[in-house]
Design a protein around this ligand. Sequence first.
Ligand code: SAJ
Length: 444
Amino acid sequence: MTPSVDALRSRIESGHARIGVLGLGYVGLPVACLLANSGFRVTGIELKADRVATINGGRSPIESREPGLAALLASVVASGRLRATSDPAELQDIEVVIVAVETPVDPSDHRPRYRALKAACDRLAETLRSGSLVIVESTIAPGTMDRVVRPVLEPRGIHVGHCPERVMPGRLLQNLKTMSRVLGADSPEIADAMRALYSRYVNADLDATDLLTAELVKTTENAYRDVNIAFANQVALICQEVGGDVWKVRELVNKSPGRNMLFPGAGVGGHCIPKDPWLLASALPAGWEASLIRAGRELNTNMPAEVARLIAELLAKEKIPNASACIAILGYSYLEDSDDTRDSPSAALIALLEDEIGSIQVHDPFVREYCRDVHEVLHGADCAVVMVKHSEYRQLDLLAAARAMRTPLIVDGRGVFSTTALRAAGFRHRTIGVGQNTRSEGAA
Ligand code: SAJ
């Protein structure tokens, strides 16, 4: 007989339950630290042996600035409450496992690829005891718990839940502690056991619902963001054509009640927003089309090509042959003030330019490979391209930048600089969302 969930809930409430976290990446690692810090003994499972060694050495393998994470990790490892291993067999005495593995979509057909999730479920089915609880935090397409997870685990008497992650690089711990969470479970007892766990470190609402709703909520909130970014990008392209200024338009539109137009820009990157809308769309039966989601994805995916078009326009106007042109790309991570380069729009831009353009230099203060002096990167360049709104670029000395360059051309893909400031520094420029002969002040 499957030991009762209530018994498990009281072991969680007493802090005696043994906890496991499978996948110690941007989601799993901070979750493991917070659970250990709230008193549990936590075993982290991670395939990458070097990452296991780094963690057991009390150091964080996440290099970007993650306020509080390195110190928290060092203290919970030193206290012995968190230990990492690559051996899933060490999960046999574990009672609750958080699964935080990648759930990518195939770039060719945008269908989910659950290799890591399936491997995790198979491994847990072989290892865990009846009565234990597996909570999937990875973002998954609606119906995945029923189609992929439950059929493998429930026949073994293993309970399942889905509590989709809501983290953003640069504020992982803060997000995990302060953002509300959805507790997806198909019984109130399992939801209560999940609430007992998350209430140990989440100081926000814990909304219990069924598994399908939890899957829909997470994929919808990211598809909502993506479609709204696409709308802003659509308006940006319209402004470019009619001589308008999307930054001004956005500012004034957001003054009218109930409007919250997001930021247009040089592209949408990261592990979540470019993928999760496809997870939502993939729930539809064959032959059905999530047309708005698809249109939004295509519009956002095309923004690096729009930046490339503006670069080509400026070079042509200056009669600089592409083959001898030197481009300086400012920003390689997908998000401002982060080192996370997953699905970077800059990588997409470079792929478009590299066969055409003579030389391409890249700068990014957060990405080890590209973090050198920005003026060195600008030196001798014909066109600077702002791809990421890093704080450092907002402080950039435009006059010095223009002087360091061979030709003072700039494409501002994030609306960082105002037209006045660029002109005052002697730049010929194009800004995403600003028409050629706009009378308006421009961005910033
Ligand atoms: N972007 C724009 N315009 C905007 C906002 C963002 O072009 O107005 C671009 C960014 O430059 C970036 C991409 O979109 O390239 C994604 O940016 P993001 O701010 O959405 O950052 P993510 O992907 O790290 O975080 C999102 C967040 N989801 C929502 O806000 C609905 C976060 O809360 C989620 O936890 C995260 O996805 C996730 O893990 O799902």
